[in-house]
Design a protein around this ligand. Sequence first.
Ligand SMILES: [Zn+2]
Length: 336
Amino acid sequence: MNPASRPSPVVPTVDLAAPGVRHGHLRLPYSRDDSAWGSVMIPITVVVGGEGPTALLTGGNHGDEYEGPAALFDLAQRLTPEAVSGRVIIVPAMNYPAFAAGTRTSPIDRGNLNRSFPGRPDGTVTEKIADYFTRHLVPLADIVLDFHSGGRTLDFVPYAAAHELPDKVQEARCFAAVAAFGAPYSMRMREIDAVGMYDTTVEEMGKVFVTTELGGGGTASARTIAIARRGVANVLRHAGILAGQPEPAASRFLDMPSDDCFVFAEEAGLVAFARDLGEEVSEGEVVALIHPIARTGLAPLAMRAKHGGILAARHFPGLVKPGDCLFVTATLEEAP
Ligand SMILES: [Zn+2]
């Protein structure tokens, strides 16, 4: 059988269409030593009100990023059908096995969900989750908001983001939703490698797509959780699903005009940053020193910005390995 025509093994325990609010699971059969006929149970909330569009809200695509899950578990227990025009589908922890383990990838199959799209119904657990979103949830949605943060190894200035797209009408609708989110920064985001990303799958299906990077370090702060909560409500207002206008927020627009925005560590060692997140850096400036740690008396390796702008992201732990993304610069622009 062609894998694309094979049915998904995932079974939702709740009706995705009937009016009202339902809390349940996406149940994915997973037979294993400690549970012969066991399942992975991914929490889902569906809130259906009157006429209107459908929003699909997701967090925990990577299991060690917490602003999205914090905002979405909160929203799921507060949102009522009376407040909703249309439908809101909330999955606070998409890669639930990874989220429950507090790791970026799944402890079951090492699957990085955001590199597993469009997925396979006959693949690994992670690929089966991706396939269910691709074929069953994303097609229901008009607007998709997927929360990310830096996880245990990166930290970011808080931003909502969209990508440059071939369809300029779709791109403009995505950036309008990013502006509505109202994070401290709004980013025109460049990816190191977009193959296999949820973002790419959703965008190729013509949907309005917003992603975020709201902090990192494997935790979430009061400030970044507040940004996430306000942002999701603003996006739902922007879509016409919640009443009222998005709360106005000052947001600075950032662009990543070339791959030179990314700087990767070229040696192992102790990293000493000379700049903090959000500070301006100029082209050629030393942003971080990497000190060899095996002996004293050796000069550190100076890592320079290849592109001026602000420091938008940085490696979070104090030790780095060759190939680690050390920092990202992005340029401040006029809002489009
Ligand atoms: Zn992520």
